[in-house]
Design a protein around this ligand. Structure first.
Ligand code: IMP
Ligand code: MG
Length: 168
């Protein structure tokens, strides 16, 4: 049974608002949007279509998760390919939980000397709000709209919440 936490139309209208903020904050500066795969691929695809200023796009893969539990360490599987030196970077994430992944990604991007790094995340847990935050959510495990549960269900259009009895 599907348990919808955030329906598609709310996701899209929130991303549209965040895109307006990016349009305003980065006018004339051509930021590089850096999508953290795999979870943020849908956020990235919808967000870039709402942004109207010129941007460049890149994809990285920094991962900390095994199934429904944080593994506590971050692995770099794919690094940036754009030259981001001297350019403003916006990290695009699906969810910030403990903040470990985004911290490791930020530290790694700093080595390429961008002019600045901002973070956008569709979802974030209490106390982890990034500069551009979509929705604060509670402690429950969520999936859909790019987020997986054990590698599956990324194609769902809404953000769904895992029932306790589904997890055990
Ligand atoms: P953090 O490093 O603890 O902030 O965790 C961030 C990463 O954990 C995200 O990029 C997701 O891949 C994953 N993650 C955290 N919570 C969830 C969840 O509820 N559903 C799916 N993935 C999650
Ligand atoms: Mg992720």
């Amino acid at each position: 049974m599907k348990n919808i936490l955030i329906p598609e139309h709310r996701i899209l209208s929130r991303l549209k608002e965040l895109a307006r903020e990016i349009d305003r904050d980065f006018a004339g500066r051509e930021p590089v949007l850096v999508c953290n795969l795999k979870g943020a691929f849908m956020v990235m695809a919808d967000l870039v279509r709402f942004v109207t200023i010129p941007v460049r796009t890149d994809f990285v893969c920094f991962t900390s998760y095994n199934g429904a539990e944080s593994s506590g360490s971050v692995q770099k599987r794919l690094d940036v390919s754009e030259d981001i030196a001297g350019k403003p970077v916006i990290i695009v994430e699906d969810i910030i939980d403990t903040g470990l992944t985004v911290r490791a990604l930020t530290d790694s991007l700093k080595e390429h000397a961008p002019s600045g790094i901002s973070v956008l995340s569709l979802l974030y847990r209490k106390g982890a709000k990034p500069r551009y935050g979509g929705f604060e959510i509670g402690d429950s495990f969520v999936y859909g709209y790019g987020l997986d549960y054990e590698g599956r269900y990324r194609q769902m259009r809404d953000v769904l919440i895992l029932q306790n009895n589904e997890k055990d």
